[in-house]
Design a protein around this ligand. Structure first.
Ligand code: ATP
Ligand code: MG
Ligand code: ZN
Length: 507
């Protein structure tokens, strides 16, 4: 007696279809799972047996062999419970085996036959639809994320009993997601208009957001660094449908999707604590799950009090910042996750916090140097914009002039992103921050006046070749924000301002 059910396995962001084959033959009662199943899959046996019996179906007292094919890819997780149970019920003719054709089944079973939520239901659905398998049997708590996939017919259930009834009678229509869930209006709880003053910092944030530049904010305690950073996602262009899917997939893999939210359409803002380990930041662990950098994909990764992070942990950010994806290798295989984020960091300029601000600094030059030295190094090389946030004056705090709203700033940022998309349509990049040397040569030509200024700055500030490139990239973004094809002297002057803190030896 044989049974066969389709399911899938996850490896990083990638999925593969897996066929669960069951053979029941006479012999001493046994239950074996083969096909590179890890311990979490092998535990399925106990759950599947109890769930079948407790749902009042018959569990065969024979020799049961389960094969997960293809046998050369590693399988992990509890999502195989349901397909294994269905394959056994099909092999013993308790389900009409023809009814399982063209279905992918996923779900964890409880001992009592309830269907529990699994991780990664969205990427599995996307992959199966790509492979022309359109029908899905999923736990009710996963149904919204599966139903956002166009062309997917999703049948959600809470118990094994309900699944079997459906397969025998086919008496249900696929689950329909609310239109508003598929395209919910984007509403951020925070807004730039809540930030008083800090005009120069806001401008630096706008330039960073427009060109996708990484940024560091210095400033005394309580001046609003964290407050400003938290509002950056609200001025970034809206996520496209594809970008939303990418973000939602990562949250699905981490099991962080709540079933009320289907498609994530807000840009992520992740602010890991400075005691974070390498695994929680980059990803990994025994199941090789995505870390904070991937949870910040298409959004903002904010490292508050960056000097408090362990240096070794910060250094692991170098490669993902360049590659926009992270490959995590472990003894049990490797997984790749996307991590295209904007890095925003904040710190006090010295141990007492007031160096360079309106209030006096009580640190010695040696203390300051020792403190800021921690920041130097390869990570610093990947920051384009440095900005100082000063304490608010009494007038600024009490000002009733309302500041610009996020949506006004977002319009300008979006317009400049459109210019960049058009410029780079034949290149493999999207934003100015991603330009390499050749792109800089091609797209950042300076007129005579600007070129003279650059030469002066290069010599007097002792700039490196790398700093030279960064200044031009930021100037390109500033010109784009003006809607100008040419980089003028004024763009370059502003761009040079954003390196003032490096050049003025605060660092
Ligand atoms: N520019 C501002 N406009 C309005 N409120 C502000 C501003 N700056 C600070 N605040 C108020 O002060 C609080 C503290 O600000 P925030 O935590 O952002 O400061 P910070 O610069 O991050 O300080 P720290 O260096 O201690 O982390 C905010 O929650 C906000 O209520
Ligand atoms: Mg803060
Ligand atoms: Zn100080």
């Amino acid at each position: 007696m044989t049974g066969k059910v389709l399911t899938a396995t996850l490896n990083g962001i990638c999925c593969e279809l897996v066929s669960v084959e069951v053979d029941i033959s006479s012999g001493l009662p046994s239950f074996n799972i083969v096909g590179l199943a890890d311990t979490s899959v092998k535990e399925s046996k106990e759950r599947v047996k109890s769930a079948i019996i407790n749902s009042n179906f018959e569990f065969p007292i024979n020799k049961i062999t389960v094969n997960l094919s293809p046998a050369d890819i590693k399988k992990e997780g509890s999502l195989f419970d349901l397909p294994i149970a269905l394959a056994i019920l099909s092999a013993t003719s308790q389900i009409n085996h023809k009814s399982l054709k063209n279905f992918v089944a996923i779900g964890e079973l409880s001992l009592f036959g309830n269907l529990n939520k699994i991780r990664g239901a969205l990427p599995i659905t996307l992959n199966a639809v790509k492979n022309n398998i359109p029908n899905f049997i999923v736990p009710s708590s996963n149904c919204n994320e599966c139903a956002i996939v166009k062309k997917a017919k999703v049948f959600p259930f809470s118990t094994l009993k309900q699944v079997v009834h459906f397969l025998n009678f086919k008496d249900l229509l696929p689950y329909k997601i609310n239109k508003e869930d598929l395209n919910p209006s984007i509403k951020y709880e925070k807004d730039f208009s809540e930030i008083s003053g800090q005009e120069s910092c806001k401008r630096a944030i706008e330039v960073s957001s427009a060109g996708g530049h990484n940024l560091i904010m210095f400033g005394p305690p309580g001046c609003g660094k964290t407050m400003i950073a938290e509002r950056i996602p609200t001025i970034l262009p809206d996520l496209t449908y594809e970008e939303s899917l990418e973000v939602t997939e990562i949250y699905s893999i981490c099991g962080k999707l709540n079933n009320k939210i289907s498609l994530i359409n807000k840009r992520p803002f992740r602010s890991p604590h400075n005691t974070s380990s390498q695994i929680s930041l980059i990803g990994g662990g025994s199941k090789i799950l995505p870390g904070e950098i991937s949870l910040a994909h298409n959004g903002v990764l904010f490292l508050d009090e960056i000097l408090e992070f362990k240096r070794k942990v910060l250094e692991t950010l170098r490669l993902p910042l360049e590659d926009k994806c992270i490959k995590i290798s472990r003894y049990n295989g490797s997984s790749t996750y996307p991590c295209n984020f904007m890095l925003v960091a904040a710190l006090n300029p010295c141990p007492c916090g007031f160096y360079g601000s309106d209030k006096p600094c009580s640190c010695t030059a040696y203390e300051r140097k020792r403190y800021i030295k921690k920041l130097s190094g390869p990570l610093l090389d990947r920051i384009d914009i440095f900005t100082f946030v000063n304490s608010l004056s009494y007038d600024e705090i009490n000002s009733f002039n309302s500041s610009e709203s996020s949506s006004t700033i977002r319009d300008r940022v979006s317009r400049s992103r459109l210019i960049q998309n058009k410029r780079f349509k034949d290149e493999k990049i999207h934003t100015n921050s991603q330009m390499n040397r050749n792109h800089i040569k091609k797209y950042c030509a300076l007129n005579l006046k600007a070129s003279n200024l650059m030469e002066k700055a290069y010599n007097s500030l002792n700039l490196s070749a790398r700093a030279y490139g960064r200044i031009l990239k930021v100037a390109r973004t500033i010109a784009d924000l003006r809607g100008s094809n040419k980089i003028e002297e004024q763009d370059l002057i502003e761009s040079l301002q954003y390196r003032k803190f490096i050049n003025s030896k605060i660092i």
